[in-house]
Design a protein around this ligand. Structure first.
Ligand code: UDP
Length: 390
């Protein structure tokens, strides 16, 4: 049966959660609508793909609530939350299920689901721990999910375990790994890579790339520290400062590059839409998050590009990388270990090629987009037909 889905996300920018939702929305196109609480590039990408999108602009009082915010900010956000829930509930009546793609979206969807008597699925893409959230926000997420959400889809075991450890009901949650389309990677030819290399003026240089939003926990600074003892190495820093604090980190990174004397070898490219080509161009894709990554799309993407990957040994990254076989893991925040891992890959071509090959195979089998959407379709069907947990 064809179910109608109302997807909800509070973010207007393009982060990993939003890029993943793009693929899910594509699959359900014609039977879904996407509600966003913020205008921005995510809306544009959805529209380009032919999705039905509605932006319900939320007030800053709600959007700016963060881990650092006081309990008073939470209280001030409540009227906006109730208003959005009421508006969402009116729309939800025309759909079979509400599908929340972020924690803020889940809170509003839970309220709206109650008002409209519709089940709510929460695609959980965060590690619910005190590394990332305040105690108050963890409590709210746990209570609301346990009582008002019909199903939680966790994007990794790490995400699932954190949900359960913070008191989430184990019977509510199932892991569905992010699936990533290999086609944009397979479509890049050697000629494309060469012309990108010429455009960037980076011929005949050893090159690493780190991809993702500029944010302290993503650990771009760890790569810069590692580079100070790798004199010939250049690095692409690919990604933009998406949120408020990210701009401060962006400035700090540039100062750090100057202080460490690596400025001329570090290339800040900002947010790019040609990640597959850039990942094929570099010799190594580095993931350097200093705290647990919920999943880590960039790691799988590096594998799809056929490029050796080094990742931080925490969270979802440990479910993707089998260190020494399909990539390398290093302790989070340890620039000396990162430096050694980079040297190892650059000095051992055969080992690097073997790891890249294994990575490419694993990424295509284990993190396959079709598997992801098939599992999600089954979950939607199970929730809608109320046949109980899968
Ligand atoms: N990305 C992008 N352009 C950039 C930097 C990153 O399209 O300039 C994409 C990247 O390819 C990946 C996503 O952003 O698909 C980041 O996802 P990840 O799971 O690594 O991190 P998250 O944003 O979810 O924390």
């Amino acid at each position: 049966m064809s179910r109608r889905l109302l997807f909800v996300d509070h973010v207007g920018e393009l982060g990993g959660a939003e890029l993943s939702l793009l693929d899910i929305v594509d699959h359900f196109n014609g039977q879904c609508r996407v509600v966003l609480f913020q205008d921005g590039p995510f809306k544009d990408r959805l529209i380009e793909r032919g999705a039905d999108v509605l932006v319900m602009e939320a007030q800053d009082a709600f959007l700016e609530v963060s881990r650092e915010s006081s309990a008073w900010s939470d209280v001030l956000a409540m009227p906006e939350l109730a208003k959005l829930a009421w508006r969402l509930a009116r729309r939800a009546k025309h759909f079979d299920v509400i599908y929340a793609n972020s924690q803020k979206a889940m809170l509003i969807s839970a309220m709206a689901g109650m008002m409209a008597r519709r089940p709510v699925i929460w695609h959980l893409r965060d590690i619910l721990s005190d590394e990332h959230f305040s105690a108050n926000h963890l409590r709210i997420a746990r209570v609301v999910a346990n009582k008002f959400v019909s199903f939680v889809i966790a994007n990794s075991e790490a995400t699932r375990n954190a949900f359960v450890s913070c008191g989430g009901r184990p019977d509510l949650v199932r892991v569905v790994y992010n699936g990533i389309d290999a086609a944009p990677f397979d479509a890049i030819s050697n000629l494309d890579v060469q012309s990108l290399c010429d455009e960037l003026g980076l011929n005949n240089t050893k090159l690493v790339g780190i991809f993702g939003r500029l944010s302290r926990w993503k650990g771009q600074h760890v790569l810069l520290q590692a580079m100070s003892s790798l004199p010939d190495l250049h690095a692409l820093i690919v990604g933009g400062a998406l949120f408020k604090d990210d701009h401060i980190y962006d400035d700090k990174l540039r100062s750090l590059a100057r202080e460490m004397g690596v400025e001329s070898r570090v290339h800040f490219l900002g947010f790019r839409h040609d990640v597959p080509a850039l990942m094929k161009l570099v010799d190594i894709v580095v993931h350097a998050s200093i705290s647990s990554e919920p999943f880590g799309r960039v790691i799988v993407e590096g594998m799809l590009a056929g490029t050796p990957v080094i990742a931080s040994a925490a969270g979802g990254a440990m479910e993707i990388v089998d260190s020494g076989r399909n990539g390398l893991l290093v302790p989070p925040g340890d620039s000396a270990s990162l430096q050694k891992a980079i040297q190892l890959i650059l000095s051992s071509r055969t080992q690097a090629e073997n790891m890249a090959q294994e990575g490419g195979r694993d990424a295509r089998v284990l993190f396959n987009r079709e598997n992801m959407v098939t599992s999600i379709r089954e979950i939607v069907e199970s929730v809608c037909s109320n046949t109980g947990r899968l």
